[in-house]
Design a protein around this ligand. Structure first.
Ligand code: ADP
Ligand code: MG
Length: 261
């Protein structure tokens, strides 16, 4: 019997008909989203609309109840056997997850490791490189986020903005195909937001594929190729910032923008 192959892909990230419920409540109600290589997508939507859950399904921090996510043609978290999706073993989940970097609102650095060690950890644990190679990479990445002088600082010795820049460098260390940001500046004091947005902006300009959940509408307008507006687990509308943010079609989008702008 032949096994159906995944449909041919055109996007780097392909999210097909993703459903997810918690305790009978549908949090993602059939999400379809295709993201092209190099594209920068900003996801907007009210609190509780499913934005974080959606991001977490892209690297299989959350399983899905229905549908599928592929990155560069590879199913994330699952494999196709006998025409059905089966969840991968933990080891294989971890390996595929390295294709997708994620940066959280609260940085989530290892508190007992220095900035440099935080970045060294994953490439070393995965056997990607030697300790010397990983340190070299970490030093380069710290330079890229403007923190060469903080390599030996522990997270508690860094500002929130600096911690988030380390978290971005750490995510980049595995050379992911796509980088996800879940409200990366929401936990920061206002004066520290800019330095983090500068790093994300530079990534966008360098052609890195980015999916950014943010309430920074001005930033989304500036860096995103596409705005996706989510409400109650559904994509209500999407399009270029110049359209969605200026002349939204859906009343819920208009209502949301009126509140945050
Ligand atoms: P957003 O990021 O847009 O604020 P979330 O994706 O975090 O929304 O959450 C969407 C809904 O799912 C919320 O009602 C939230 O309470 C619920 N939810 C999220 N994670 C869980 C979980 N692990 N268990 C139960 N409910 C959850
Ligand atoms: Mg969230």
């Amino acid at each position: 019997m032949s096994i159906a192959a995944p449909a041919p892909t055109t996007g780097l990230v392909e999210i097909h008909n993703v459903h997810k419920s918690y305790g009978g409540v549908e949090v993602l109600a059939g999400i379809d989203l295709t993201i092209a290589p190099g594209e920068v997508v900003a996801i907007l939507g009210p609190s509780g609309s499913g934005k974080s859950t959606l991001l977490r399904t892209i690297n299989h921090l959350e399983s899905v109840d229905r549908g599928s996510v592929t990155v560069d043609g590879q199913l994330i978290g699952y494999e196709l056997r006998g025409g059905r999706l089966h969840e991968l073993r933990e080891k294989d989940i971890l390996r595929r997850r390295t294709q997708v970097g994620i940066v959280f609102q609260n940085f989530n650095l290892f508190p007992h490791l220095t900035a440099l060690e935080n970045i060294v950890e994953a490439p070393l644990a995965l056997g990607r490189t030697t300790r010397a190679g990983a340190r070299n990479l970490a030093e380069r990445l710290l330079g890229r986020v403007g923190l060469s002088d903080k390599a030996d600082h522990f997270p508690r010795q860094l500002s929130g903005g600096q911690q988030q820049r380390v978290a971005i460098a750490r995510a980049l260390a595995l050379d992911p195909k796509v980088l996800l940001f879940d409200e990366p500046t929401s936990a920061l004091d206002p004066e520290l937001v800019g330095e983090v947005l500068d790093v994300i902006r530079a990534l966008a300009q360098s052609g890195t594929t980015l999916v950014i959940v943010t309430h920074e509408i001005g930033f989304a307008r500036e860096v995103a190729d596409r705005i996706v507006f989510i409400d109650a687990g559904r994509i209500l509308e999407e399009g270029p910032p110049s359209r969605v943010l200026v002349d939204p079609e859906h009343p819920r989008t208009r209502e949301f923008l009126a509140k945050v702008l």
